[in-house]
Structure formats: C-alpha cells, structure tokens
Design a binder for this molecule. Structure first.
Ligand code: NAD
Ligand code: ZN
Length: 346
C-alpha cells in the first residue's frame, strides 16, 4: 500500500491551502485509521483557509485541516480489537484527556486539555485520518454519506436544542447557518410547536423554511421582536436558540424571550465582548441561559442517532458537492454564505 496520500494542507501562515502528497498516517495504540468517503466544510475551516486573527493565533502550519467526515475503518492500531475493518463510521472530533476533573465527572465536552481534529491534530480533508477508537461513532447503514459527514455540526444543534424542555414550546432560532438550520428540524421533530427563524441572508432563510421554520425574518428588512410579541400574546417565545453570535441577534432574541424561558448560546461572537441588557433580558425574566460547547460525550450522539431513526431529514440543508480538487471553488462558495452545507469528496 502507498505510504503517502493526497491531502488539503494549510501549508503556510497565510491565506489559501494546497493539495499535497503527505505521509499517510499510521494508527497509534488505541486508534483506528479511517478512509474518508466524504468531508464537509465548517465555518472554522473557512477561517483557517482565509487565515484570520483566530487561525493565526491557533493553527500551526503545515496542517491537514477539516474535522467533519465519514468513512470506513481500514486499520486498527495496537490494542484495538472491538471494531472490524470495513465498519462505516464518523467520529467525535474533540479528543479529550479522560483524566481531568471534567472528563472524570462525565463532562468530557468541557475537557481542560481537549484537542480538536483538524485544528490541533491532522484532520479529514485527506484520504485517511487517524482517530482514537473511543471517538468513533458507528453509523446506521441507511444514513447517507452526506448526512454522515455533517454529524459534528448536527451534534452541536442537538446539544443546543435538547439541553432543556422543547416539547410543546415555541422557539426562535437566530442565525440560519448550518447549525441553526439543523436546529429548526430537530426542534420540530422533538415537539416544538412553532418555530421562528432569523437571518440576514435570503438564501439561508429559504433553507430555514425548507427545514421547517414556520415564520422567517430577514432582519435587515423586517422588525422581528414586535412581530414575535404580537403573535405570542405579548409573551414572547419559550426558547431562544442563538446560532449567529451577532450582538443584535443576541439582544433582539432576549427581547423576544418569554419570562421563564430558556436560551442556548451557541454562536461565537467575533469580538468576544457583547453588550447585553442582562436585567431585562435575563434576570427579571427569570430566564435560564446555557453556554453550548460541542456535543455531550456521548449522550448527544445517542440522541442524534435516535432522531435520524425517527425520520429527521437533514438533506435539504446540504446544498453543494465538490471533489477535493475543486476546493478553491468550494471555499469561495462557503465564504459567500450562499450555501448550506458543502460536501467535499476526496
Ligand atoms: P454560520 O456562520 O454559517 O451561521 C451564522 C448565521 O448567522 C449566518 O447565516 C449569518 O448570515 C447569520 N447572521 C449574521 N448576523 C445575523 C443577525 N443579526 N441576525 C440573525 N442572523 C444573523 O455558522 P454555523 O456553522 O451555523 O455556526 C453558527 C455559530 O456557532 C457560529 O458563530 C459558529 O462560530 C458557532 N459555533 C459554535 C460552536 C460551539 O460549540 N459553541 C461550534 C461550532 C460553531
Ligand atoms: Zn479532560
């Protein structure tokens, strides 16, 4: 077998990336080697590709990037004997230490020493990727490759939506990127009664409707808060799923929240600091706010599997397919915002 493979490499500390022949990874003790069938582009990958301030501070080139994928197990590292080669899998991309206080109390998603695949270790925009066996998730046969490849953001959405009671509740999803879009379908299937969604991009709002949103707001053109209040007896929505990280969306979302409601904050604010009216937005409302980081290991994964088995359809949000050689085109499209999920085939 060849000792090298084709991979998309962040080759220097600057914009762009290069397709290169690199050394094929070898699974170490407790790891498996996965042959990648499909990968997906995440916002993080676009940051790495463009080389913004965050990537400059975090990424150490040369690095094979990418963290959303599915494939088949092709090699077992020393000590791994409980999974067969040929098994179709995806993986939790946060590799945790298993010994810190958080890991040892069942909260590996906030591990102190987490390493993220495709950020801190070699990623999946490649023919092969090395993954700890304990991070492997075996897929049901009927999950198509494009859905299998987006389990990472799908899991972010499941974690955000199912962290508190959603059954019989009204919800507002601010930000209809891939995670917001998945959240709409998840909330609907899980029993939310009416779902409002907002974005600034008509393409994304169209996808929001396809994913099951009942009412969508283009906040560059329409007043969201007063409409939501008017539709809810002046009470507001029970649940706010904040998936944009935009200060206006956070503030308007809180204004549209019902007393006693709950909030998942998933969107990451570019400037770190956001000014929020905590008094009226959270405290006097008696609201509960959850910070969402990644996916619960592995409670969220069982919920993801259960929702797919119950008929959750994520395919409307998967809008484009490219072969890896067309990566420039794919990243340009991802950066434009005029796409849902983009799949790359090695
Ligand atoms: P995305 O950037 O594709 O989606 C964000 C969406 O918000 C875009 O469609 C954008 O048009 C929209 N938006 C911008 N301003 C808005 C406004 N004022 N009102 C409403 N919508 C607005 O990203 P994504 O991949 O769907 O991820 C969503 C967010 O979650 C991002 O901020 C991302 O960085 C973050 N994220 C967090 C975690 C976590 O573990 N907490 C994991 C992955 C991603
Ligand atoms: Zn840990």
């Amino acid at each position: 077998m060849s000792k090298t493979m084709k991979a998309l490499v962040k080759h220097h500390a600057g914009p762009g990336a290069r397709l290169e022949q690199v050394t094929k990874p070898e699974p170490q003790a407790g790891e498996v080697l996965v042959k990648v069938s499909a990968a997906a582009i995440c916002g993080t990958d676009v940051h790495i590709y463009k080389w913004d301030e965050w990537s400059a501070g975090r990424i150490k080139p040369p690095l094979v990037f990418g963290h959303e994928f599915c494939g088949h197990v092709v090699e077992l590292g020393p000590g791994v004997d409980d999974i067969a080669t040929g098994t179709r899998v995806t993986a939790e991309g946060h590799f945790v230490c298993n010994v810190c206080e958080f890991c040892r109390t069942g909260r590996g998603h906030i591990c102190r020493d987490v390493e993220i695949i495709g950020v801190d270790t070699a990623g999946c925009f490649a023919e092969y990727v090395r993954v700890p066996r304990s991070n492997i998730w075996v897929l049901d046969d009927d999950v198509p490759d494009n859905v299998a490849a987006i389990h990472d953001p799908y899991g972010n959405a499941v974690h955000s939506v199912l962290i508190d009671d959603i059954v019989g509740k009204t919800a507002l999803v601010t930000g209809c990127g891939p995670i917001g879009l998945a959240s709409i379908a998840i909330a609907k299937l899980a029993g939310a009664t009416r779902i409002y969604a907002s974005d600034i991009n008509p393409y994304r709002l169209d996808l929001a409707t396809k994913m099951g949103a009942d009412v969508v707001f283009n906040v560059t053109e329409e007043e969201m808060v007063s409409t939501v209040l008017a539709e809810t007896d002046n009470l507001g929505v029970d649940v706010l799923l904040e998936m944009s990280g935009h200060p206006t969306a956070i503030n308007d979302g809180l204004r549209a929240l019902k007393n006693g409601g709950w909030v998942s904050l998933l969107g990451i604010t570019p400037d770190k600091k956001v000014s929020v009216d905590l008094n009226d937005g959270v405290i006097f409302k008696g609201a509960s706010v959850y910070g969402i980081n990644g996916r619960l290991m592995y409670k969220t994964w069982y919920q993801m599997q259960a929702l797919l088995r119950a008929g959750l359809d994520l395919t409307p949000m998967i809008t484009h397919n490219f072969i890896m050689d067309e990566f420039e085109q794919a990243f340009e499209l991802a950066a434009s915002g005029n796409s849902g999920k983009i799949i790359l085939y090695p």
